[in-house]
Unconditional design. Sequence first.
Length: 114
Amino acid sequence: MASLRRLLLIPATLLLAACQSGGPTKEELEAAKNTIDCDYGGERLVIRFAEGEARFLMPDGTRVVLYQIPVATGLRYTNGLMELRGTGLDLQLSRDRITMKMICKAYEIPPKKE
């Protein structure tokens, strides 16, 4: 009887592990809440907001950090070379003396590859 339980327990354990690994983790879900996906002149930028910072993942894979500046309304972040400002998902990025409105949406966690 005990060996039958063990035999049934192994597939149940494997099934449970497979179900858990298929979806996003709690950490991934939490990070996605503070992350947006933006189109900047045809280039994809991913921006994660953390305490006092806006962390960019640029199209070429480089990472850029902008620091929050207090404003009366909306948001504003800069590092001296780039500046992000706006409200909600209506954002503008100034870079190389060019300001462009970005098309942003909430970040969607990509499905995990099996």
